[in-house]
Design a binder for this molecule. Sequence first.
Ligand code: GLU
Length: 280
Amino acid sequence: MIVSRFAPSPTGRLHLGHAFSAIRAHDFARERGGRFLLRIEDIDGTRSRPEHVETILHDLEWLGLSWDGKVVFQSQRLPRYEAALERLKAAGLLYPCFCTRADIAASTSAPHGPEGAIYPGTCRGLDAPDLSRPHCWRLDMAKALNWVAGPLAFEDSGRGVILADPASHGDVVLARKDAPASYHLAVTIDDAAQDITDIVRGEDLFAATHVHRLLQHLLGLPVPRYHHHALLTGADGQRLAKRHGAPTLAALREDGSDGPALADALRKGELPIGFAAAKA
Ligand code: GLU
């Protein structure tokens, strides 16, 4: 049974790019007689808002998308993330890091990886870390890679079999200072816990998949198939995001737009005036 999911973060309103992604994930499962699940990624307590959750549910219903089973909220699953963190700590693969973003930015040795500055390792190997100070937990990438005996591969429908290169991300954060788990950890655990067979999501998350593949290996989790779709772009070729003035789905809905008609247009790669689809 094919199982896909849409996993928005309720930190703002959804725009057309989210609708495109939700439709792709939804249709992928529905066309194959599978299940489509909805998971709200709300572990970021400072930015997630309940009112955005309500709006997201309305938006998806308005587009004519239906999901199976109950909506899952990551904020209600923290013990699972803690248990995984404890396992990784016990294996000696995590270390506490006290650096601020400014510390990292100021480090002249910080090279850049697929998702910005690679952590320069300042807190790796501290003798007696003072855990009463605010800290996050980072994966010691070099140690983690010692746990990998053979090639780490995943299947990407657009590219074929990919050899994961998590090392290029450096020592990624698995538990944040201000949140009990990072996106990388929570998404990997939940995709496995929800038996997701096919992850349909934007091309912007392709780089993150390399980290997720390593976490699957370290935590003994199954490896789903990946389908990274092209992102919608504005007429100027820029990625669609609110800063480019993309209307939110809520605004379109409140303006009286026809949700299912919009969803069908997006399926055909047609967009409201002023938007162009990236190549499929
Ligand atoms: N919650 C993530 C986001 O809204 C997406 C997670 C995923 O699809 O892997 O960007």
